[in-house]
Design a protein around this ligand. Structure first.
Ligand code: HEC
Length: 128
């Protein structure tokens, strides 16, 4: 009897591990979605959010976190969209601004407002 129990025990343990992994993936995706949703709220940033209703934040990192991280990853290493950690090597600030305003491939246009696009394009063009 004991002998037959062992394989089931192993299967159960593997199953529990699989469930835990799926759970953590779910939690991290939920955080991404919440980050994306916060973009619709009025409080834009921790530091520069005091500008008032709908005002443009001028902190590129905050704009990135609100408008871009959902697709390009919290650390710019890419997820749905490509890695942006060295984007300044491939694109000038004007090109990046153009990509944000007009979209490119499967990236939709207008993920940030025109003024935000300018601020963040300058910042990203320094990433080489
Ligand atoms: C809805 C998801 C999504 C969001 C939000 C998004 N992007 Fe993208 N982005 C993409 C995808 C997908 C691509 C690849 C497009 C292609 O097919 O060339 C891309 C490409 C880019 C590129 C070109 C990279 C290259 O090497 O050619 C830049 C620059 C860029 N995004 C910047 C931004 C910035 C800045 C923001 C925030 C203002 C942003 N993106 C928000 C999905 C997104």
């Amino acid at each position: 009897m004991k002998k037959n129990v062992l394989p089931f025990g192993i299967i159960a343990i593997v199953g529990i591990f699989a469930a835990v992994i799926v759970f953590y993936i779910g939690v991290s995706q939920k955080e991404d979605i919440q980050l994306a949703e916060e973009n619709d709220g009025e409080e834009v940033t921790e530091e520069d959010g005091e500008d008032g209703d709908g005002e443009t934040a001028d902190d590129p990192e905050a704009i990135y976190a609100n408008s871009c991280a959902s697709c390009h990853g919290d650390d710019m290493s890419g997820s749905v969209g490509p890695d942006l950690t060295a984007v300044g090597g491939d694109h000038s600030a004007d090109e990046i601004e153009d990509i944000i305003n007009n979209g490119q491939g499967s990236m939709p246009p207008g993920t940030a407002g025109p003024e935000e696009a300018e601020v963040i394009a300058d910042w990203l063009s320094e990433m080489k």
